[in-house]
Design a binder for this molecule. Structure first.
Ligand SMILES: C[S@@+](CC[C@H](N)C(=O)[O-])C[C@H]1O[C@@H](n2cnc3c(N)ncnc32)[C@H](O)[C@@H]1O
Length: 283
């Protein structure tokens, strides 16, 4: 990530020119999968992870999921990302949490890894697949490295309400990805293909986050020690730019939901469950 020595060189213009990914690098925001720790602990339980289990985490960013799995289960995790700065920060965080011996962070592309076939009990890909241009190839790679009876855990985010074109444009330009407003059925169909069979799923909507909560969050991030050496004018602009990003994402997420999808690699095809059910509400 950004070294302390370089930070005092950032000008107002430098910060105004940054997209969200660059801002994350600067402020060292913790990148989580949708649903954060709750999604991770649920998936760890539903995948029956044990200390002997081997997990591949795709698009680890600064390592939140890998570190959380190592702390919860003590299993072995190979965590990959294409961003060298994120990998470096992930290693540092792994050391801080005392779980480095459980995690191998490596710089690899999800579409073409160097892992042997059938090496993992769980491939955890969070919402990362939506950011990969050749997502078909990525999914084939998840399947290749997964053991028979192993699980793919995906947490796709999708639109539940039609977003305005202007909102999509602003989000696309913030994250430098051309955001296409996909819906849940697209993702279920994408992942549920032989030999992957849907094992379990759960839908979620994002909570509404108020301006006050965003303000307090931005304040706490800007108070980080490594940012204190920013020039005062650059600090002020960073606070405004970062807050604008958070408000933009809050407005975008108010149109979105996500699903925890657990798919199992079935080497013996079985027929679909016909009489599906849902939990009854309290009377
Ligand atoms: C939104 S962030 C992390 C998301 C979070 N770990 C999750 O589970 O949803 C997405 C990460 O995916 C990484 N990424 C994007 N394309 C990738 C690829 N082809 N292979 C591996 N990582 C990739 C990015 O560098 C970024 O760190």
């Amino acid at each position: 990530m950004t070294t302390a020595e370089a930070i005092d060189r950032y000008t107002v213009a430098d910060i105004e020119a940054m997209d969200y990914n660059q801002i994350i690098g600067l402020v060292r925001e913790t990148n989580r999968p949708p649903g954060g720790s709750r999604s991770i602990s649920k998936i760890a339980q539903e995948a029956f992870l044990r200390p002997e289990s081997r997990v591949l985490e795709v698009g680890t960013s600064t390592g939140f999921t890998a570190i959380e799995l190592a702390r919860l289960v003590g299993c072995h995790i190979s965590a990959i990302d294409i961003n060298p700065l994120s990998c470096e920060e992930a290693r540092t965080r792994g050391e801080l949490f005392g779980v480095s011996s459980k995690i191998d962070f490596s710089l690899q592309d999800a579409t073409c890894t160097n892992f042997e076939a059938a090496s993992f009990d769980l491939v955890f890909c969070g919402n990362v697949t939506s950011l990969i241009a050749n997502r078909e190839k990525a999914l084939q790679e998840y399947i290749r490295v997964l053991k028979d009876n192993g699980f793919v855990a995906a947490i796709p985010m999708y639109y539940v309400k039609e977003p305005a074109a202007a909102l999509l444009d602003r989000v696309s330009s913030a994250i430098k990805v051309n955001v296409v407003p996909l819906r849940k059925p697209y993702w279920v169909e994408f992942f549920e293909r032989p030999p992957l069979q849907l094992y379990w799923s759960e839908d979620y909507l994002f909570d509404h986050i108020t301006d006050d909560v965003i303000d307090r969050f931005v304040e706490s991030i800007l108070a980080r020690k490594h940012l204190l050496s920013l020039r005062p004018d650059a600090q002020q602009v960073l606070s405004r730019v970062y807050r604008d990003f958070m408000c933009l994402f809050r407005d975008n997420l108010s149109h979105m939901g996500y699903t925890l999808l657990m798919l199992r690699k079935e080497h013996v095809p079985i027929d679909r469950e016909l009489f599906v059910s849902r939990r009854a509400g309290l009377a």
